[in-house]
Design a protein around this ligand. Structure first.
Ligand code: ME8
Length: 519
């Protein structure tokens, strides 16, 4: 196959918790990218899954009085259900308790031992179970009651850990990591995050504890099963497992590694941008091409947390507002990379403004005029003016180029601004050309104007598919666009609507939302 590959991953989510809007958001961003790249002719591997080992999961299972595997089975299923509800098109769903993954991690471990990148010692220091992370004393912050907390903003208490442990020689990788960041300026995005990582690494690195002996729920260390592997070494390796590691000659590995993009939240950037490339370089494996750390959602201005009882359930949102509406809102509302606040008022305003009054209204107006005035068929255009041609270019090939550029940089909000600018241009074109007034005076011109609009809508909607797949499919049905003519390769003159094609009766696809708080 000649298609350029594209490998995109989400974090694998801990199974101690049920999925909420934050998890849905990260995977949604990856889904939009995966769909975009497929429609753009690329061969895509889109991976998500669950992170099932570690002390946090073991504790959560103990609290419930069930086995860790049982908890993992139960909650991993919730994440798979979420994928169905949200319309994700992941090609694989990995679980770290699967044999294929345990093989991969143990293989990687053996290589790191052979290369003397891992040695046996004793760990004595602070650990945050909530973050599954070690911290040096100088990084800790004091809570209100004097308790020592992790510096992650999660309010997680740390505990003192003293136990035999294997260590990864992270301290030896400082200079090589800095050289790597230098040579790969796109490796960490956005830029502010890149600067944070560079300054963290420049401050010096300590060797990293990569095994634990005080609990059992993890991948056993080969040849020393008193130790289980540190959950982050285990978890990060999932990105390799899913493409066939340790078989580096497999077709999947050869095609997809190094990954094009690891999408993560800003909370776990250090693991992905410092530890992960160090592990890989140490094992002689090429690091991924890019790690993007997006921002944090709050709920009506408050931190989202179980204890505050304000966790936003994505299933409930989809039920209330509709799937395309939720997908669109999440990716359009907040500049991707920044923190964002979820508010119902913003949701209603955004959906009504851009979808109901924007794309929806444009399509409904145009299709209704065609239905009434053109015998419910794609109109037969006469000569095109420069304005006609320009509108079709702005809603088609030029929009594709602009959106491709933005999606390649994970600037979803700008890609969608471009899309809406094209919709506005089409609205302005209707107002300027008044097709409804042409029926009596110049029916040939009316047909040309309506044809131009139908074509503009066809290409805009093809480009909207990655974000609002359901509504886009219904709109393309209403334009009688065949299922096999909906890719970006069809955004060209040769694939334009055929005059005379019968069109079904138009139906609105975006009902106006009412803000229940106002009602
Ligand atoms: O960290 N806003 O898993 P996790 C935005 N298992 N995104 C949010 C969010 C919020 N309020 N809350 C969570 C782990 N997220 C590890 C990952 S990867 C090898 C192992 C998203 O279940 C965001 O992507 O705690 C964040 O990085 C991730 O969920 C953390 O999920």
């Amino acid at each position: 196959m000649g298609e350029e590959p594209y490998y995109v991953t989400t974090p694998i989510y801990y199974v101690n918790d049920v999925p909420h809007i934050g998890h849905a958001y990260t995977t949604l961003a990856c889904d939009a990218l995966a769909r975009f790249m497929r429609l753009d002719g690329r061969r895509v591997m889109f991976l998500t899954g669950t992170d099932e080992h570690g002390q946090k999961v073991e504790k959560a299972a103990d609290d419930l009085g069930i086995g860790a595997q049982e908890l993992a089975d139960r909650n991993s299923a919730n994440f798979r259900d979420l994928a169905v509800t949200m319309g994700y098109t992941n090609d694989d769903f990995i679980r770290t308790t699967e044999p294929r993954h345990i093989d991969a991690v143990q293989h990687l471990w053996r290589i790191l031992i052979e290369r003397e990148e891992i040695y046996l010692g004793t760990y004595a220091g602070w650990y945050s179970v909530r973050d599954e992370a070690f911290f040096s004393e100088s990084e800790l912050i004091k809570g209100e009651d004097g308790k020592l907390l992790a510096p992650t903003g999660t309010g997680a208490e740390v505990e003192w850990v003293e136990e035999p442990s294997y260590f990864f020689r992270l301290s030896a990788w400082q200079d090589r990591l800095l050289e790597f960041y230098d040579a790969h300026p796109d490796f960490i995005a956005p830029d502010t995050r890149r600067n944070e990582v560079v300054s963290f690494v420049s401050g010096g690195l300590q060797d990293l504890s990569v095994s634990r002996t005080s609990f059992q729920w993890g991948v056993p260390v080969p040849d020393n099963p008193d130790h289980v592997m540190y959950v982050w070494l285990d978890a990060l390796t999932n990105y390799l497992t899913a493409v066939g590691y340790p078989d580096t000659n497999s077709e999947a590995f050869q095609t997809y590694w190094p990954a094009d993009l690891h999408m993560v939240g800003k909370d776990i950037l250090r693991f992905h941008a410092v530890y992960w490339p160090a592990f890989l370089l140490a094992a002689g494996i090429e690091p991924p091409k890019r790690v993007f750390a997006h921002g944090w959602w709050t709920n009506e201005g408050e931190k989202i947390s179980k204890s505050l009882g304000n966790v936003i359930d994505p299933l409930a949102l989809v039920e209330e507002y509709g799937l395309d509406q939720v997908r669109y809102f999440l990716l359009r509302e907040v500049p991707f990379g920044n923190d964002g606040d979820f508010s119902r008022a913003a949701m209603v305003q955004r959906v009504n403004g851009d979808l109901a009054n924007g794309i929806g209204n444009l399509a409904q107006r145009t299709l209704t005029l065609i239905q009434r005035n053109c015998d419910a068929q794609v109109p037969d255009p006469a000569d095109f003016t420069d304005d006609d041609t320009n509108l079709r270019l702005d809603c088609g090939p030029r929009l594709l180029v602009a959106m491709r550029q933005e999606m390649n940089q994970q600037r979803f909000h700008i890609a969608l601004q471009e899309l809406m600018a094209a919709v506005s241009a089409a609205d302005a074109y209707i107002t300027a050309n008044e097709p409804w007034a042409l029926k009596k005076t110049d029916p040939a011109r009316m047909a040309t104007v309506l044809y131009t609009l139908a074509e503009a809508i066809r290409t805009v909607v093809i480009l909207a598919q990655p974000i609002i797949p359901g509504a886009a499919a219904r709109l393309l049905d209403q334009l009688a666009v065949p299922d096999d003519a909906r890719t970006f390769a069809q955004i060209k003159e040769e694939s334009a609507l055929a005059p005379g094609t019968a069109l079904p009766k138009p139906e609105g696809v975006f009902p106006r939302l009412v803000d229940n708080a106002d009602a």
